[in-house]
Design a protein around this ligand. Structure first.
Ligand code: HAM
Length: 416
């Protein structure tokens, strides 16, 4: 429809057969790998109270200030569509109290951010994420990064880079902010208006600025690690050496900060060349999130499914469509009726069976069988009905043979 009424909203997509099988494959792989690492699936709602995100991601972050789909519901509650998964999972953990100690969850589903859409950047996108509750411990962080790497490998993805850094402890963060302010205040006039405002409210966010003038200033600054305590740097050293012992070398990037305020200690980001400007395939880190009077600590990551698919497709990956076992071809009305019953009984036995439901001519039925890439076609007309048989054609070799209905399932099972 030319008026666009058949299209989804800008930045959102219908997922169709051209992609859906690859999505299902990735989701199934993620379930398998996360289970191997002892993580269980958690499904939290897509709508949450706004504070779940403002209090955890940070009031002055880009996501909270510019990208949330928030509104007041019919009961006057200020709520929003989740822009990410971690905050909702930690809200759930807070409700469990002591029972959440050492909990390990994975999740997958849609997230919403009102960003300017472009290739690889959607307003409804999908993440697969994991969160492991627990106090700071380099082994736990290394284990989650190892899981992240195993997951991408299980997706059959290569050519990704893991960059890690530390955000330090809460005390380090105060020292970093002080250090950054001391560097940036004398150069205030070189910063964009937005960044000038952040100088007071959240100086760390200036490091994410995109405009050229601010970038030039930011690039000349010492890395955040410059102001951190030796203990925090030693924590990161331990994470890196643990990963090395697993044969998973990671790159240290002292300039990496990540765009959410809840992070403390280890942070990482995974990039892939195939993604161009939106090159972040996944990101994660250790965090401390306040929910009411409680503070919950954990470590986790989220990978963007759309971006994984972009990277896989750029590498030539095609979705695998499921192959039907059999297409029943009906010559005449009686054969159509009996094939309908036969199809039902074969499906009950677990076979993937298709047939033409409209009584079209044989050529059209065979064309459909071909387009569905079926393994066998089974032709039945009056003669076959009388003899309780069908003509079974192997669509790979072209070979054809008469098979009795009795022997059909055995033949399909053996030759599939
Ligand atoms: P994030 O870096 O904001 O982290 O997002 C993680 C991943 O989601 C990105 O690397 C990217 O693949 C994907 N992503 C983000 N925004 C979009 C978008 N607009 N369109 C398509 N894909 C997108 C988080 O969300 C944290 N919750 C990760 C985490 C979990 N940290 C600790 N635990």
């Amino acid at each position: 429809m030319a008026d666009g009424s058949s299209k989804p909203l800008n930045g959102m997509s219908d997922l169709t057969a051209s992609e859906i099988f690859l999505w299902q494959e990735l989701e199934a792989t993620a379930r398998e790998v996360c289970t191997l690492y002892g993580f269980t699936e958690l499904r939290t709602p897509m709508l949450e109270r706004i504070e779940v995100f403002t209090h955890s991601l940070g009031e002055t972050t880009e996501v909270v200030q510019k990208e949330m789909y928030d509104f007041t519901d019919r009961g006057g509650r200020h709520i929003c569509l989740r822009p990410e998964g971690t905050a909702g999972v930690m809200r759930h953990a807070a409700g469990l109290g002591q029972d959440a100690q050492n909990a390990r969850w994975f999740y997958m589903g849609p997230m919403f951010r009102a960003e300017r859409p472009q290739a690889g950047r959607k307003r409804q996108f999908h993440q697969i994420g994991v969160e492991a509750v627990g106090e700071p411990n380099p082994i736990r962080d290394a284990e989650v990064i190892a899981l992240q790497s195993s997951l991408l490998k299980a997706f059959d993805l290569s050519g990704f880079r893991i960059r890690v850094n530390t955000r330090g402890t809460a005390e380090d963060q105060i020292a970093v902010q002080k250090g950054l302010r001391a560097e940036l205040t004398p150069r205030k006039n070189e910063l964009s208006e937005d960044s000038q405002r952040r100088l007071d409210s959240n100086v760390l966010r200036i490091l994410d600025a995109k405009d050229e003038a601010t970038r030039a200033v930011v690039d000349s600054l010492p890395p955040v690690t410059h102001w951190m305590s030796p203990e925090s740097l030693a924590y990161l050293d331990q994470v890196c050496s643990l990963l090395e012992s697993l044969g998973l070398p990671v790159e240290r990037d002292p300039k990496l900060v990540r765009g959410l305020d809840y992070y403390q200690h280890t942070v990482w980001e995974i990039s892939h060349d195939a993604l161009g400007a939106q090159d972040s395939l996944a990101g994660g880190g250790r965090y401390r999130i306040k929910v009411g009077s409680k503070a919950i600590e954990g470590v986790g990551f989220a990978v963007g499914i759309e971006r994984v698919i972009m990277a896989l497709t750029a590498g030539g990956r095609q979705p695998q469509h499921p192959q039907p076992d059999l297409f029943l071809v009906s010559l005449g009305d009686e054969a159509l009726k009996q094939n309908f019953a036969l199809m039902h009984s074969l499906r009950d036995q677990g076979f993937h069976v298709r047939m033409d439901l409209k009584g079209r001519n044989m050529k059209k039925q065979m064309n459909e069988a071909n387009s569905l890439n079926v393994r066998f076609a089974g032709v039945r007309g009056d003669e076959e009905l009388g003899q309780n048989t069908l003509q079974l054609k192997d669509m790979n070799s072209g070979e054809q043979k008469t098979v009795t209905l009795e022997a059909l399932s055995k033949t399909l099972r053996e030759e599939a």
